[in-house]
Ligand binder design. Structure first.
Ligand SMILES: NC(=O)c1ccc[n+]([C@@H]2O[C@H](COP(=O)([O-])OP(=O)(O)OC[C@H]3O[C@@H](n4cnc5c(N)ncnc54)[C@H](O)[C@@H]3O)[C@@H](O)[C@H]2O)c1
Length: 439
């Protein structure tokens, strides 16, 4: 089923700037990882853009190129990093403190990491309550702060000579807020910036500055950030792609792999209890109930959307779902997650599944940052704008059009992602019908 001729995609010429609000565990694991891969010290495990293939045409054609040979992606050697943080540590010091990677590996990439000094952050303690740092911008209004951020971006572009940029929010999770009047239109938002409206979060000031500067934006945290009518209007006006929210790692990754399987076999579920211990800075921020509420919302919505209790009340109409995160410093970034799943089968007989995932949060998140950077840049060069639903694969709470529900099933998400790549290159979309093999 050929849909259309290939989409015109501008070549990935020149360097690509990667702008990261937040230079913590995820950002430094991502940057150090890219440097390690560039030097041949380690492999980019977990990254589709670096490792995955895409099947083209029929199953007997034997065409399965690497994704990076199929679509024109920026090369790792062309990435230039910039970041903002409330702490003054450079990326080497921040990576040491995050303690995700072995000190020996960090030493091997020390030189490029030491060159990355965080720019002063736009920060507001009413949005992230548990941390405080000295590297913060002072200005009278939120609009002035946005202007200084745009100036930071201009200087970064001049300093590094990058041809294009992408911004990915890797800052702390902000406290839970629903969109308010100030988020309903770009006009209201800009008035709000000038009037210091308390409903405008720092991450929204970064998103505004990025979009005004012609830069695509991805949100790795669960807070709203770019997911408001005002900023989506700006993304459309500027022809820029955006995506979010909340990197899909750890327990939710497991949920979106296992729940679709149980549902596919029409097995019922009465309960899913999830609890975690983690001891990194993210865990400390999430110890605040306001920030945890943002996380809880994204984590809880997943099962409901996958299991569709409204369609299957007999199987999922009575499901008890609970998610806990416990801050436990001795564990650092090496999170431990427990899941207890109460299911039932034929004639209603109960069974249980236990999952004990000894994971590493930032090791799971870093390849997602890389893929999002490269795919968002690709989308931009392909002229795609607004919400990039094909990147839902990477998020716990995928942004979506207002009149549809988000797709959480990771296998549907992957099919959508690969079909979007096929569509870009004018290849047949794959439906998996396959009757022709048996004619
Ligand atoms: N690690 C994962 O697996 C994972 C998964 C999903 C989502 N996330 C989210 O990604 C984000 C980063 O996670 P992390 O583990 O790196 O956390 P982290 O605490 O190590 O790093 C976040 C950094 O952001 C900085 N920061 C906070 N507010 C800022 C602001 N306004 N401007 C600039 N910097 C700011 C903090 O000082 C900190 O250094 C968090 O929101 C987290 O919830 C992480």
């Amino acid at each position: 089923m050929t849909t259309q001729p290939p989409v015109r995609i501008a070549p990935a010429d020149g360097k690509l700037g990667v702008l990261l609000p937040g230079l913590g565990a995820v950002s430094t694991t991502f940057i150090a990882g890219v440097e390690a891969v560039k030097s041949g010290l380690a492999a980019p495990i977990g990254s589709l853009t670096q490792l995955a293939t895409v099947r083209l045409g029929k199953r007997n054609e034997g065409r399965t190129p690497l994704i990076r040979d199929f679509v024109p992606l920026a090369a790792l050697h062309d990435l230039e990093f910039g970041a903002w943080d409330i702490y003054e540590d450079n990326a080497y010091e921040a990576a040491r403190k995050a303690a995700v990677l072995d000190p020996a590996l960090i030493e091997r990439v020390r030189q490029p990491l030491e060159k990355i000094h965080p720019m002063e952050a736009v920060f507001d303690r009413s949005y992230v309550r548990r941390i405080i740092g000295p590297n913060v911008k002072e200005a009278r209004t939120k609009m002035e702060k946005a202007a200084i951020l745009m100036d930071d971006i201009r200087q970064f572009r001049e300093r590094t000579g990058v041809a294009r940029c992408v911004m990915v929010w890797c800052g702390s999770t902000e406290v839970f807020h629903r969109p308010s009047a100030v988020h309903q239109s770009l006009k209201a938002f800009e008035s709000g910036l000038a009037a210091n409206d308390p409903d405008i979060a720092p991450s929204q000031i970064y998103a505004y500055a990025a979009l005004k500067s012609g830069i695509p934006y991805a949100n790795g945290a669960p807070n709203l950030s770019v997911d408001t009518p005002a900023l989506l209007e700006l993304a459309r006006d500027m022809n820029l792609p955006v995506c979010g929210k909340d990197f899909k790692t750890g327990q939710t990754l497991m949920k979106t792999m296992i729940a679709p399987g149980l549902k596919a076999r029409m097995l019922g579920m009465t309960g899913w209890f999830s609890t975690n211990i983690l001891g990194n800075r993210d865990g400390e921020v999430l110890d605040d109930p306001g920030s945890f509420k943002s996380k809880e919302e994204t984590k809880l919505s997943v099962l409901d959307q996958i299991l569709q209790p409204q369609l299957y009340p007999q199987l999922y109409g009575n499901l008890f779902h609970s998610v806990r995160i416990n801050y436990y410093p001795p564990r650092g970034d090496a999170k431990e997650g427990w899941d207890n799943i109460d299911i039932f089968g034929w004639l209603g007989y109960p069974m249980q599944i236990k999952i004990n995932f000894l994971c590493r949060d930032s090791i799971l998140a870093a390849p997602l940052v890389l893929d999002l950077v490269l795919f968002l840049d690709l989308a931009h060069r392909a002229g795609m704008r607004g919400i990039q639903e094909w990147l839902s694969f990477y998020f716990k709470a995928p942004m979506h059009a207002p009149d549809i529900y988000p797709e959480h099933d990771i296998f549907i998400q992957l099919m959508k992602l690969k079909n979007t790549l096929r569509w870009m290159r004018g290849e047949d979309l794959i439906t998996h019908l396959g009757l022709e093999y048996y004619d």
